[in-house]
Every structure is written in structure tokens, then in C-alpha cells.
Write a protein that binds this ligand. Structure first.
Ligand code: 2BA
Ligand code: 2BA
Length: 108
């Protein structure tokens, strides 16, 4: 068994959950925050049999879209022009995915 951890953009999370449900893939959705942009994203925990990992990856790949996110420039009040941080466009991936081995699985 494997644990698929998938970080997706909030905009794609509903569609992904729908697709997973449709394919009978069990999942848990967590609200998360990206360390770089400090904005919300969604983390899916998907415990699945080894022989379904590829299928799950394909479902995630098909659902997530790459998007450019605009980071506004920061101009500090009363700060010198050296403190000015220019705007930034980050290309945020459709999904960042980790696949981990599961040592044990229990339901109590
Ligand atoms: P964030 O950390 O908010 O990052 C959003 C996007 O900003 C990233 O998209 C990347 O394009 C850019 N970015 C992040 N760190 C950067 C840096 N140090 N320098 C320049 N640009 C940077 P993605 O790579 O598609 O990542 C989307 C989200 O997936 C991330 O949100 C984070 O929550 C998660 N993630 C990505 N790589 C990860 C990792 N190795 N471990 C844990 N979470 C990760
Ligand atoms: P939910 O996904 O909201 O599922 C609640 C209950 O609904 C499940 O209880 C199960 O009895 C039933 N259920 C869920 N998916 C089903 C399906 N495809 N077909 C038939 N019945 C289904 P639990 O199995 O005790 O799970 C409780 C919660 O634990 C789940 O809430 C989910 O958040 C998490 N979970 C369970 N298995 C998981 C897995 N393989 N990966 C990730 N999260 C899992």
C-alpha cells in the first residue's frame, strides 16, 4: 500500500475530489498553506493499493492546471528604495506529488 500526498491549487480541489470519488479512490482533503507564496492550497492524502498508484497519479495529473500567480510588489512605508521588492510571477504547478510506502494501515 502507498500514501499519495498531493498538493494542488484550491481551484482544482473540488474537481479532484469529484474525480477520485467517481473512480472509487478514498481520500482525505486538508487545507494547507504554501511556504513560498503563503497562500492557501489543498493537500490530499490518498491511501491506495500499489497497483492503483499509477491510475491515481494520472487522475491528479489530468485535473490540476498550471497557473501563473502574480505576487504584488512590496514597497515598505517610510523604507528606502533598497527595501522595495519588485512584483513576481510564480508558475504554480498543477500538483506536487509525493508517494510514500505505508508500513501499517489500521481502522479502529
Ligand atoms: P508555495 O510554497 O506557495 O510555492 C508556490 C510556487 O512558488 C511554486 O510552485 C514555485 O513555482 C514557486 N516557488 C516556491 N518556492 C520557491 C523558491 N524558493 N524560489 C522561487 N520560486 C519558488 P510549485 O513548485 O508548483 O509548488 C506549489 C506548492 O506545492 C508550494 O506552494 C508548496 O505548498 C508545495 N510544494 C512544492 N514543493 C514542495 C516540497 N518539496 N515539499 C513540500 N511542499 C512542496
Ligand atoms: P470519508 O471519505 O468521508 O468516508 C466516510 C465513510 O464512508 C468511510 O469511513 C467509509 O465507511 C465510507 N466510504 C468512504 N468511501 C467509500 C467508498 N468509496 N465506497 C464505500 N464506502 C465508502 P472510514 O473508512 O472509516 O473512513 C473515515 C475517513 O477516513 C474518510 O472519510 C477519509 O477521510 C479517511 N480515509 C479512509 N480511508 C482512506 C484512504 N484510503 N486514504 C485517505 N483517507 C482515507
Amino acid at each position: 500500500m502507498k500514501l499519495v500526498v498531493a498538493i494542488v491549487q484550491d481551484q482544482d480541489s473540488q474537481a479532484l475530489m469529484k474525480v477520485l470519488n467517481k473512480h472509487n479512490v478514498r481520500a482525505t482533503k486538508l487545507s494547507s498553506t504554501g511556504g513560498f507564496l503563503r497562500t492557501g492550497n489543498t493537500t490530499f492524502l490518498i491511501g491506495t493499493e500499489d497497483n492503483r498508484v499509477l491510475e491515481v497519479l494520472r487522475l491528479i495529473e489530468k485535473t490540476g492546471k498550471q497557473r501563473e500567480k502574480e505576487i504584488p510588489p512590496i514597497s515598505p512605508l517610510g523604507g528606502s528604495t533598497e527595501d522595495f521588492l519588485p512584483g513576481y510571477r510564480a508558475l504554480v504547478g498543477g500538483a506536487t506529488v509525493f508517494v510514500l510506502p505505508i508500513e501499517q494501515f489500521h481502522r479502529f
